[in-house]
Write a protein that binds this ligand. Structure first.
Ligand SMILES: Nc1ncnc2c1ncn2[C@@H]1O[C@H](COP(=O)(O)OP(=O)(O)OP(=O)(O)O)[C@@H](O)[C@H]1O
Ligand SMILES: [Mg+2]
Length: 366
């Protein structure tokens, strides 16, 4: 048994959790139908019951090739480069986590979402932050519910301790019912445990892992290695289906070699002009071709300037949407100057770009 230990209590035999409603252990079918409900978003505290309701309907898709991965990601609204589609295919087939790095706003989180949808997996997302601990990532006991039950059961509790001679005797009798309060009924699964226990194949998106503390990263490594979690009071819970895992990082801090070793690495950079144009067409339907081309060319030109923070895909999309609202049909130096604040987020960058407004407005896609 090589599962994560959260306490000292030894594992109880037969305590493994399996949900037989999930059916086939492999859970992988070559299914070419696109399940609309498949990427149900469950954030903190996913409800196992809700997921179970979907268990019989969900058909998980095994990616067949890089081309298949690309087509399915596209169908999920995500336009991948060949490198991204290759990582998606390999991660799915090798059952390895993918660590996605790259500048802000290039589509790291969206990749996780789209991959869940493309493969028909339930998406479970864990947003990392400083101080994130196992209680928020793994599971918690529902204290409020436990308290409510003790209130409602107070007559029964009184019966249990009736006749006890000493405080120790009374405590001993109450301890006999302890298991009731530390049972599945009061367990609140957080995203990692929810992914491990999900009766439907899941994709666990661990977003911005670089924001969590190094200790949390070490803890995560154990879970990723074992695909199992031990709750001292309940025993070891092994993955019903091995979840796919996507981790994202903005490189706020260097991640450990151990984590990198366990993951496929995918660096998403700013897109080529052609891919960015396609993304604009997909994300802002109805935009006129001329405006889309001008904005993409302008953003590509801005990225060549020496800036504190280069604009990303999200800023390109913001710019197009802002220009649509302003009824701009194309870009000229004045429009660029007036709307730069939707693309650049630092005053010094805006000032520098203003100096090059004519060059930015004049940029064309070849
Ligand atoms: N390949 C793509 N296809 C379609 N849309 C994309 C693609 N890449 C990025 N986007 C769009 O760009 C926006 C930003 O993407 P996302 O939030 O995933 O970026 P991120 O890299 O996670 O940023 P951050 O580091 O700030 O969290 C989203 O609106 C997303 O829809
Ligand atoms: Mg993100």
């Amino acid at each position: 048994m090589a599962a994560l230990r959260l306490g000292e209590r030894p594992e109880e035999p037969g305590a493994e959790q399996r949900d037989e409603t999930a059916g086939d252990d492999q859970g992988r079918e070559d299914e070419h139908q696109f399940p609309r409900h498949a990427s149900k978003m469950c954030t903190q505290g996913a409800s196992a019951q809700n997921i179970t309701r979907h268990a019989r309907q969900v058909r998980v898709i095994a990616l067949q090739s890089v081309q298949d991965a690309e087509a399915r990601l596209r169908a999920a609204g995500y336009l991948p480069s060949t490198e991204i589609a290759t990582s998606a295919f390999l991660a799915d087939r090798l059952e390895k986590p993918v660590l996605v790095e790259g500048p802000a706003g290039v589509g790291k989180t969206e990749f996780g979402r789209a991959l869940a949808q493309a493969t028909g997996r339930t998406l479970l997302r864990l947003q990392c932050y400083e101080g994130l601990d196992e209680g928020k990532a793994l599971y918690e006991w529902e204290y409020a519910k436990q308290l409510l039950y003790t209130q409602l059961l107070k007559d029964k509790i009184a019966e249990t301790i009736a006749g006890a001679q000493t405080l120790a005797q009374a405590a001993e009798r109450i301890a006999g019912s302890e298991d009731l309060f530390f049972s599945e009924r009061f367990l609140l699964p957080r995203p990692i445990l929810a992914a491990i226990r999900s009766p439907t194949p899941a994709l666990l998106l661990i977003d911005e892992i670089d924001k969590a503390d190094p200790e949390f990263e070490a803890f995560l490594l154990e879970v990723l290695a074992d695909n199992a979690v031990t709750v001292p009071e309940l025993g070891t819970m092994r993955a019903i289906h091995v979840p796919r895992v996507v981790l994202t990082s903005n490189a706020a801090r260097e991640l450990s070699d151990a984590l990198k070793r366990r993951c496929l690495h995918l660096f998403i950079d700013f897109p080529t002009a052609q891919r960015e144009l396609e993304i604009v067409r997909t994300r802002v339907p109805g935009v006129r071709e001329e405006l889309a081309r001008k904005v993409v060319a302008a953003v590509q030109a801005i990225r060549k300037l020496d800036l504190k923070k280069a604009p990303s895909i999200s800023e390109t999309l913001d710019w197009v949407r802002a220009l649509l609202l302003l009824n701009a049909s194309t870009l000229d130096a004045q429009v660029v100057t007036d709307t730069l604040s939707t693309v650049l987020k630092y005053e010094a960058d805006i000032a520098k770009a203003r100096e090059h407004a004519a060059y930015i407005a004049g940029a064309e896609l070849r």
